[in-house]
Design a protein around this ligand. Structure first.
Ligand SMILES: NC(=O)c1ccc[n+]([C@@H]2O[C@H](COP(=O)([O-])OP(=O)(O)OC[C@H]3O[C@@H](n4cnc5c(N)ncnc54)[C@H](OP(=O)(O)O)[C@@H]3O)[C@@H](O)[C@H]2O)c1
Length: 329
């Protein structure tokens, strides 16, 4: 079974509505997971240099492509310009490094990972100030970086370009200054953080939206704890209304959460390294949510941001960091 439902970009390119997320997975886990995902029918893979696993993903892609089990044009590969490289002169060398690691000639979608920029030392470690906070680069200029992003399309290094974690205002500013319109904004989006204003604005401007952490990013608790952050986070799969709707359809809470996202015209990239669960996350089209169920799920919004980037200690001091002002738990 191949996932055949797509969102169409403003440039005509098509993105499968369900992709596999790859954050917080070791090389070994992700190699097995990508293999299982391709077998299950996933063709959309979301990664980023920040996740540290592009080489492992590249090894699996090469095996599948060399064996003729999949054609390059059937795949939809997304990667991102990291926050440490969010400067015009770093755009081309950074995508080239991703392409080398992924063993590809082009990606399908290249995203500016965050609207903010962080400084690093020559050895690649984060630059910290005297208080131990991350040094932010306040010279971030989205319009200038976007010109370099546009050049990547012209050079054939990516089919489409977009952004991630951009607010409505940041997308609007980009739209005013661009030659190539962003095709996609990848944002946190789930029943507890619906960001309706932003989603509706993007849709009205023909910028597709991808939902990250669509299942509530269970693994983030440990990731945060390792960085000294303790936060009580909700379990979206344990919400009574979600469980009740799941039971009605004989599906899992995860499948209901994902189907709701797709029914609202947004794509989703759930991460799983478990073969049974990643199969489950793709198996979303043998049931339908009723209009009442969609309305019930849409009424659950609590403005709770789960992936708040607090693990980048001090990043909220960057002038383009907007999360705290708009959506906070
Ligand atoms: N652009 C950005 O700034 C940004 C930020 C965050 C994430 N992302 C992208 O979005 C992807 C998804 O977000 P996420 O990883 O934060 O969280 P998520 O997909 O919401 O949740 C992943 C967690 O849910 C578990 N899970 C997956 N399927 C399940 C199922 N059917 N039933 C029960 N548990 C299930 C996974 O465990 P198992 O693996 O054990 O199944 C994992 O612990 C990331 O991997 C990344 O590619 C992008």
């Amino acid at each position: 079974m191949v996932n055949t439902k797509f969102l169409t970009f403003n440039n005509g390119e098509k993105m499968p509505v369900i992709g596999i997320g790859t954050w917080q997975a070791s090389d070994e886990e992700i190699e097995t997971a990508i293999d299982a995902a391709l077998e299950a029918g996933y063709r959309h893979i979301d990664t980023a240099p920040v996740y540290g696993n592009e080489k492992a993903i590249g090894r699996v892609l090469k095996r599948w492509l060399d064996a003729g089990k999949v054609k390059r044009e059937e795949l939809f590969i997304v990667t991102k310009l990291p926050p440490i490289s969010n400067r015009p002169h770093e755009v081309e060398p950074t995508i080239k490094k991703s392409l080398e690691d992924l063993q590809l000639d082009y990606v399908d979608l290249y995203l500016v990972h965050t609207p903010f920029t962080i400084n690093i030392n020559e050895d690649g470690s984060f630059k910290l100030d005297k208080d131990g906070l991350m040094e932010v680069d306040v010279t971030t200029d989205h319009a200038a970086t976007w010109v370099a992003m546009e050049a990547l399309v012209e050079k054939g290094l990516t089919k489409s370009i977009g952004v991630s974690n951009f607010s409505k205002d940041q997308v609007a500013r980009l739209l005013k200054n661009c030659k190539i319109r962003p095709a996609n904004n990848q944002i946190e989006h789930h029943v507890y953080l619906q960001q309706r204003d932003l989603v509706d604005f993007c849709k009205s401007e023909n910028v597709t939206v991808t939902a990250y952490s669509p299942l509530g990013s269970k693994g983030i608790a440990k990731f945060n704890a390792d960085k000294g952050i303790v936060r009580d986070l909700p379990d979206l799969m344990d919400i009574p209304e979600v469980k009740e709707i799941a039971a009605t359809h004989g599906k899992t809470p995860a499948q209901v959460l994902l189907r709701w996202i797709i029914d609202t015209g947004v794509s989703a990239i759930p991460k799983s390294t478990n073969p049974a669960r990643l199969k489950q996350n793709l198996n979303l089209f043998d049931f339908e949510l009723t209009a009442e169920e969609v309305a019930k799920l849409s009424s659950l919004d609590k403005n709770i941001r789960i992936c708040d980037f607090a693990f980048f200690h001090g990043v909220e001091r960057h002038p383009e960091f907007t999360f705290k002002n708009q959506y906070t738990s």
